[in-house]
Design a protein around this ligand. Sequence first.
Ligand code: F6P
Length: 323
Amino acid sequence: MIKKIGLLTSGGDSPGMNACIRAVVRTAIHHNIQTIGFIRGYEGLIDNNYIEMKRESVSGIIHKGGTTLKTARSERFMTEKGISTAVDNLFKHEIEGLVIIGGDGSFKGAMELSKRFHIPIVGCPGTIDNDLVGTDFTIGYDTAINTVVEAIDKIRDTAESHDRIFVVEVMGRDAGLIALRSAIASGAEALLVPELKHDNDDLIKKIKNWRASKSSKIIVVAEGDESGGAFKVAELIKKHCPEFDLRVSILGHIQRGGNPTCMERVNASIMGFNAVKALMTGRRNEMIGIINKQVVFTPFEKSVKHIQSLNKDLIELIEVLGS
Ligand code: F6P
């Protein structure tokens, strides 16, 4: 029976991480397991910066965005010195299992750690990008897309009033999943994402063919798209379609904040709860996920960054409905 686990959040924060932290800590307490929370992700492991998590440590956080354990993208953890210091600290604490809440970079770190430290590690997918294999929704994605849709609805109001085109840039360095769903839900006229090759001429042709009766047009661009982002797309349109009045809006980090949605809190709680149970049963080096409402486990090496193809039906849907 394990007696002590470590917990950290790593990489970009995402709404729902706190709900997951709470679930891990409270499930562990229920099973008489002590939780050490490391501050600022792998940085906290290296600096031995931690708190002993009590029931009260996670009171009143389920509804809050961000992460109360703080997070970082740790450069030091990518060095031999950093990782061996982290391992020493884990040994000192007599940690018998580790829960890591984060995205693909965090799980790559977990894979490195598992080569040197042979205790079970379970990952909970925490990223707004939804770019991990092995779960329908990562923690943070649902809240982020709702934030984007709310923002685009507001942009639509002003775009309508001025008969303007808006190029709206959303997050997603390598993945267009935030862009895809928010484009559908906001009734966008066009979508540019890294997963889909596109031709500038086609985009211009499409813009020129837009119905004159349609007063506002929204183009959603994922930040990682090959076009180079919203300003580049705007330049291209201005050059070829000077007749249009156009504005750019980059939504940025508002997508990472805010109170998690109900779905987010529920999923994060299920994942945190099951992460502790997984450690208790000796599962190791896997990411927990929820697919079709079932809890599933995917080895870290399969969960990290694989360019996923986007659902073709949804792409067609945007073309048809937004025309
Ligand atoms: O991975 C989540 C994410 O929000 C990406 O969509 C974005 O490209 C990146 O993080 C931004 O990271 P940072 O806040 O470190 O600049």
